[in-house]
Design a protein around this ligand. Structure first.
Ligand SMILES: C[S@@+](CC[C@H](N)C(=O)[O-])C[C@H]1O[C@@H](n2cnc3c(N)ncnc32)[C@H](O)[C@@H]1O
Length: 354
């Protein structure tokens, strides 16, 4: 089945869909650095650098898709655009990014679609924005539901909650969210995800390097697959005060565990957070200053964050470190994408087999 990925970023969501058997035709984003990573990791999918708030972008997508049927649309629109005062202002030009998804679904009438957002979108304006999205797609002939899913339930070593809209064309069926594959007691932990990777305490490492041990857990084996080069595992050279400060935070702790007078420059919620090796990580964000390795006195490398996001080791990130962190932090974990892709396949193919 063919899919189009809107607001594709580096392609975490589409990597999951690829693994579930979808053919990604084009990934659209206006961040060239993210698209370079997308191109490197999505064989055959065309990266399109274009602004989805512009009409001409739809024409360009149409040119690339050609005569092919588009079975599924997947999208992760940023929701900073919701600067409205209520759902009646939904057509406000500032909401163009969400409207772009509606417009693409209207044009292609795909069998199904997935939209990913932060959980806060569900309660924005007392839920009126979410209700307006549901209403508009229902009016276009889709059965649509939304639910907040937690990535850890699908085998991702991270507590990451996201609001997922699933739409199924009314003649095909009804939405069904994937069943969790793990309960909270069996979530994959940071240690299970990372402890086969070199410590990087005596050297920073290189963008292309070698593994120094065998995988120790089923998750590590799965992430390595057939990969024999260790990519993007480069440590940050911290200032001594950062090393000295984080050294005083116990596993699972944060700035509140520091003695008075230490680490005072950062005191907000997530500051000086050290992961707990026996739990999944907190939500990976696009910055790279506040979360630290459960054991070592440094922030996680790109590869470590990629592992916590369930990117396989052969998924290579390109660009500056800031760009790579943004790509990893913005992404839908591929294993969550995979679970969504599989369920969408079942719903659509179930219809075909009738
Ligand atoms: C949350 S990220 C999407 C992550 C992606 N779904 C993944 O799984 O890797 C949102 C993306 O929207 C892109 N974006 C923001 N405004 C845009 C616009 N006007 N046109 C196209 N892309 C845009 C950003 O560059 C960013 O990569």
């Amino acid at each position: 089945m063919n899919a189009i990925d809107l607001f594709a970023g580096c392609g975490g969501l589409s990597r999951g869909f690829m693994d579930a058997g979808f053919n990604i035709i084009v990934g659209v984003d206006n961040d060239q650095a993210a698209l370079n990573t997308f191109a490197r990791n999505h064989n055959g999918a065309k990266p399109l650098n274009a602004d989805l708030s512009k009409q001409e972008t739809f024409d360009e997508i149409k040119r690339i898709a050609g005569e092919r049927e588009i079975d599924v649309i997947i999208a992760g629109p940023p929701c900073q655009g919701f600067s409205l005062t209520g759902p009646r202002n939904f057509d406000d030009p500032r909401n163009k990014l969400y409207l772009a998804v509606l417009e693409m679904v209207r044009q292609y009438q795909p069998k199904g679609f997935i939209i990913e957002n932060v959980p806060g979108m569900a309660t924005m304006y007392d839920g009126q924005v979410k209700d307006e999205v549901l209403h508009r797609f229902r009016n276009m002939g889709y059965n649509i539901e939304c639910k907040i899913l937690c990535a850890a339930d699908y085998g991702v070593p991270q507590i990451r909650k996201r609001l997922i809209f699933m739409g199924i064309r009314a003649d095909i069926g009804i939405p069904k969210f994937p069943e969790p594959i793990l309960d909270a007691e069996h979530y994959i932990t940071c240690r299970e995800a990372l402890d086969d990777l070199p410590s990087r305490i005596n050297e920073l490492g290189a963008e292309e390097d070698a593994y120094t041990s065998e995988p120790r857990t089923a998750y590590q084996e799965k992430m390595r697959g057939n990969c024999t080069t260790l990519y993007n595992h480069v440590a940050t050279a911290h200032k001594q005060f950062v090393i000295d400060t984080i050294a005083q935070v116990p596993e699972g702790g944060n700035w509140r565990d520091l003695p008075a007078g230490v680490g005072e420059s950062r005191k907000f919620n997530e500051a000086w957070t050290r992961y707990d090796g026996n739990k999944p990580s907190k939500t990976i964000d696009t910055g790279h200053r506040n979360h630290f390795h459960y054991q070592y006195n440094r922030v996680p490398t790109i590869r470590e964050n990629a592992r916590l996001q369930s990117f396989p080791d052969d998924f290579v990130f390109t660009g500056t470190k800031t760009q790579q962190n943004r790509q990893v932090g913005n992404a839908v974990p591929p294993l969550l994408g995979y679970a969504l892709g599989r369920v969408l396949c079942e719903i659509i193919e179930g219809k075909h087999h009738e």
